[in-house]
Design a binder for this molecule. Structure first.
Ligand code: BES
Ligand code: MN
Ligand code: ZN
Length: 504
């Protein structure tokens, strides 16, 4: 999808599809919609009066120019109530429009910048939302279809972003570029998650990350099992043993150009990337096991955030650590009751080989200490229990540092990747006590997301740390007006927004 920012007026735009918008509850069109309505002799006012167009967020309404406009079709996308309007709503309206455009087989459309006029958003932010939303809404995963290009619903080649006010053009231009960087990174993360696990092995994941990292100028290093052994990553390697595929530890570093690195904050992101989670010897039931290809969603989000940070040259030092392996029940696999030693010397008794995510994160988090970060955030499809607690919209946020927590909450609100605070309840730490090792790694079914977080805390070091449990948000079961079902890319945009907050 290419973007072109153009100074122009909707009523003069020759295009297959012109996207304009309407606030919910508005009875007389304003702004760009007014110009279109006048050209169409009040047709839109009539549709509103008839009650067939409400302007609800996610609603789209298609009509035809009938020769009265240079545009062949007009698509009105709802912005919701003006009182609730902000950047997330502008992004969603753009996503709904792009999704509908693709369903219409339109390969080029022109759109106004939703929210930049009557909506009162800064031109840059509104333009970013339009580009980002368009990319997210038009996304499909078709790599394994013979008709990969989708003859019936081809990819959208170009989006023309119209801005009437010449003074705002350069701001719109910059916003569109930012939205493109963010949207493309998020869609890249979705591709990785949707990718079948026989194709996306740990080595293939590493290859793809390296390819992208090099293209945007990230520093990148990939450690294999030999190097991990030398570092003493016995916890991570314990999980990797059951698989014939070699585990990979991917280290990404964003060092912005034109800044004194020592004066910038360092943020370390750590992502779980189990390319497939069978459960290992504690094997999972067959029924929904196929979905466990999404168990690398945290790693994908981490890599995507670093890629976008580099593209935007954010003024901060960001580190992305991605712990990639399969969790398989091979002949050499780890067993319940086995004891492993993590990089920090902590011994851990394995109770369920299906609690593999915390084992790979433990060593990755120890490794993060090397960078002496100002903040550390891990992101993982860690526990089924988080879905029981929070459902499929909200990810669990575990964080005892107020500043980091509020930055993450804010990033969640702004990006629509919503978080909900969960407790690092100290009394439950004793559920991880065992007679055999320093600690066992599970604390039973009740409060399973909390004990998982308490386990991770043992490896988090002293700086502010947050844990994001995205097990129930990484994969969406249903289509929505804004996105197709499947991988959501959850966390990519959120983490980027967090990096932006530290860069400010
Ligand atoms: N990858 C799973 C968690 C998961 C569950 C992700 C559902 C996405 C959807 C994780 O490795 C896991 O198996 N967790 C166990 C932990 C238990 C054994 C303590 C779980 O949640 O059942
Ligand atoms: Mn598991
Ligand atoms: Zn897992």
């Amino acid at each position: 999808m290419q973007f072109q920012v153009k100074q122009g007026f909707v009523q003069q735009e020759a295009t297959d599809l012109l996207v304009v918008n309407l606030f919910e509850g508005e009875t007389t069109p304003g702004g760009a919609l007014k110009a279109v309505d006048e050209a169409l002799n009040g047709l839109i006012s009539q549709i509103i009066a008839a009650g067939d167009l409400k302007g609800k967020l996610g609603e789209t309404h298609l009509l035809y120019g009938g020769g009265a406009l240079p545009a062949r079709r007009v698509l009105i996308t709802g912005l919701g109530k003006q009182a609730n309007f902000g950047v997330p709503q502008a992004r969603k309206a753009a996503a709904a429009a792009a999704k509908r455009a693709r369903e219409l087989s339109v390969t080029r459309f022109s759109t106004v910048v939703h929210g930049a006029g009557q909506g009162g958003l800064a031109a840059h932010d509104a333009a970013q939302a339009v580009a980002e939303g368009s990319l997210l809404g038009a996304y499909r995963f078709r790599s394994y279809k013979r008709d990969a290009n989708d003859k019936d619903r081809p990819e959208i080649a170009e989006v023309v972003v119209l801005e009437a006010d010449g003074a705002k053009l350069s701001e719109v231009q910059q916003g569109v570029a930012a939205g493109q960087a963010v949207g493309e990174a998020a869609n890249w993360a979705r591709d990785l998650v949707n990718e079948p696990a026989n194709y996306l092995t740990p080595r293939e994941l590493a290859r793809r990350v390296v390819e992208q990292a090099e293209a945007v100028g990230l520093k990148v290093q990939v450690l294999g099992e030999q190097e991990m052994a030398e570092l003493g990553m016995g916890s991570f390697l314990g999980i990797a043993r059951g698989s014939d595929e070699e585990a990979q530890f991917i280290v990404l570093e964003h060092i912005p150009q034109g800044y004194d690195l020592a004066s910038l904050p360092t943020v370390a992101l750590v992502g779980k990337a189990i390319t497939f989670d069978t459960g290992g010897i504690s094997i999972k039931p067959a029924e929904n096991m196929w979905k466990m290809k999404d168990d690398m969603g945290g790693g994908a989000a981490t890599a995507a955030a670093l890629l976008a940070a580099a593209r935007l040259n954010l003024p901060l030092h960001a580190v992305g650590l991605i712990a990639a392996t399969e969790n398989m029940p091979g002949g050499d696999a780890i067993k319940p009751s086995d004891v492993v030693t993590a990089m920090n010397g902590m011994t851990v008794e394995i109770i369920s080989t299906d609690a593999e995510g915390r084992q790979v994160l433990a060593d990755a988090m120890c490794y993060a200490a090397r960078y002496n970060p100002d903040a550390m955030v891990d992101i993982a499809t860690l526990t089924g229990a988080i879905g029981i607690a929070l459902g499929s919209d909200l990810a669990g946020l575990f964080c005892d540092d107020e500043t980091l927590r509020s930055r993450l909450m804010q990033a969640g609100e702004l990006t629509g990747e919503a978080l909900w605070p969960m407790p690092l309840w100290k009394p439950y730490r004793k559920l991880l006590d065992t007679d055999v090792a320093d600690m066992k790694h599970t604390g039973g079914r009740l409060g399973g997301s909390i004990t998982a977080a308490l386990f991770l805390r043992e490896f988090a070091g002293e700086q502010p740390w947050a844990h994001l449990d995205i097990a129930s948000t990484a994969w969406q079961e249903e289509n929505s007006p804004f996105a197709v079902r499947g991988a959501s890319g959850f966390g990519a945009r959120l983490l980027l927004e967090l990096l932006r907050a530290y860069a400010r």
